[in-house]
Ligand binder design. Structure first.
Ligand code: 3AM
Length: 186
């Protein structure tokens, strides 16, 4: 159908063991307020949020991602620690931090932002990119927790590529579907 739009983002997929580890780790977190924890199958590291894009632009989006993947080589990254946006005492996003690989992740995010803008006219991101893995969001009002209350020890993983993801917002939570995988090779 003409006029159909798809909600898209680009993300690094995480190994299943790491996803399960993160989901398990936050089960123990004492906090005030109701949190919707990210389902383990949904845990990922976002590089770029595209928003609602016309279905007809999908080919051009894929061409931009293909261009970007060729400019970057695989690299090591690591997760550790817990934090929140804007702050742990009034959290709207509860996240696991990136203790290694933040530089190459930011370089990928910037290249995606720039290349998608140039090739598809997508608006550029205004906010500074800060690599993180969203673990949960408040069900209503911001939640409060002590970021030291549990430990998320360092866990390494290798970034071999990124995926173009479709997000469908449903009452039970978002459903994410990979539309394409792009292996780094630069
Ligand atoms: O992976 P995280 O949770 O960091 O917050 C949304 C999620 O990021 C983000 O895109 C990812 C997949 O939904 N997102 C949603 N709306 C957004 C917006 N308007 C947004 N990021 C930036 N601007």
């Amino acid at each position: 159908r003409p006029g159909t739009r798809v909600r898209l983002f680009v993300a690094v997929a995480l190994p299943q063991k790491l996803r399960e580890f993160l989901r398990q780790a936050v089960r123990e977190l004492p906090h005030r307020g109701r949190v919707r924890w990210t389902k383990p199958e949904n845990l990922h590291l976002t590089l770029k949020f595209l928003g609602e894009v016309p279905e007809g632009s999908l080919e051009e989006v894929a061409a931009a991602l293909e261009e970007v993947r060729r400019r970057h080589a695989p690299f090591e990254a690591a997760v550790s620690g817990l934090g929140a946006f804007p702050a742990p005492r009034r959290a709207r996003v509860v996240w696991a931090g990136i203790s290694e690989g933040a530089g190459p992740l930011a370089a990928l995010a910037a290249d995606l932002d720039e290349t998608l803008h140039r090739r598809t006219g997508l608006e550029r991101e205004q906010r500074e990119y800060r690599a993180h893995i969203t673990l949960g969001r408040p069900a209503g009002r911001p939640v409060s927790f002590d970021p030291e209350a549990i430990s998320i020890p360092e866990r390494r993983f290798r970034v071999e590529g990124f995926d173009l993801m479709r997000s469908v917002l449903k009452p039970g939570g978002p459903v994410y579907t990979p539309l394409g995988s792009f292996a780094l090779e630069g």
